[in-house]
Write a protein that binds this ligand. Structure first.
Ligand SMILES: Nc1ncnc2c1ncn2[C@@H]1O[C@H](COP(=O)(O)OP(=O)(O)OP(=O)(O)O)[C@@H](O)[C@H]1O
Ligand SMILES: [Mg+2]
Length: 212
């Protein structure tokens, strides 16, 4: 399916069921021991936070199995459409979905989960529901600054990928996100970060700046 900077994502059978295998691959520039440690930590972290997100009421791919030793996670195959492609299509549900996106991110943040890579390639629309994938950069935090950066990255990502609708998508996203009233400050904070110079703090996309 895809070979990213860190992982190979492929479609496989798991116990006879169509599934998605995400396997973190060796980075040759890292010393082998450290490389193995990082890959197994990230595999464990992605599996754990995906589960936490699910418990927080956000739709994610179910995890069939985690194999830390081989840096593998087997996920449920979500047979839907990437949010990126929904936003680029003539689909009339765009803004309704953007609002749902906001509400789901609010749920994650309320549970202390920062996704870390909120782009439209890490969301899948299936059966009218929005699923979150790729918790590879996710971490736990309740800090305002971390939440603000999370949604700011989302804003930059839609501006870069969906410039035509970016403002409208952002507006609807915020409407959903602000359903949780204590997010008002986070939204203000995000606007401040944005006005500091849009790309000064972190250049987009974050996912291309792989850690270590
Ligand atoms: N459970 C799933 N069901 C359907 N498609 C999936 C699923 N998981 C991943 N994909 C597809 O594979 C692509 C890459 O997956 P993912 O975003 O998890 O990896 P990545 O971006 O390479 O991760 P990393 O951030 O570690 O580089 C997604 O954009 C999506 O198209
Ligand atoms: Mg991804």
């Amino acid at each position: 399916m895809k070979r990213g900077a860190e992982a190979i994502v492929s479609s496989v059978f798991f116990d006879g069921i169509d599934s998605v295998l995400k396997e973190r691959v060796r980075k040759n520039y890292r010393v082998e021991e450290l490389d193995k440690k990082l890959r197994s930590q990230r595999t464990r972290s992605e599996a754990r936070i995906t589960g936490e997100a699910r418990r927080a009421g956000v739709k994610t791919a179910a995890i069939y199995s985690t194999d830390e030793k081989n840096f593998r996670i087997y996920f449920e195959l979500l047979d839907g459409v990437l949010l990126k492609n929904v936003f680029n299509s003539s689909d009339e549900r765009k803004m309704e979905i953007a609002k749902k996106w906001g509400l789901s991110v609010a749920k994650l943040h309320a549970a202390g989960i920062i996704h870390g890579d909120l782009t439209t390639s890490n969301m899948i629309v299936m059966n009218d529901e929005l699923y979150f994938i790729d918790f590879g950069l996710a971490f736990f935090s309740k800090r305002e600054e971390d939440k603000a950066e999370d949604i700011n990255l989302l804003r930059q990502s839609i501006e870069a990928t969906h410039s035509e609708f970016a403002e409208l998508i952002w507006k609807h996203f915020l409407a959903g996100y602000s359903t949780y009233s204590n997010n008002t400050n986070t939204v203000k904070r995000a606007a401040e970060i944005g006005s500091r110079g849009r790309y000064s703090k972190r250049t987009f996309p974050k996912s291309s700046i792989k850690r270590e």
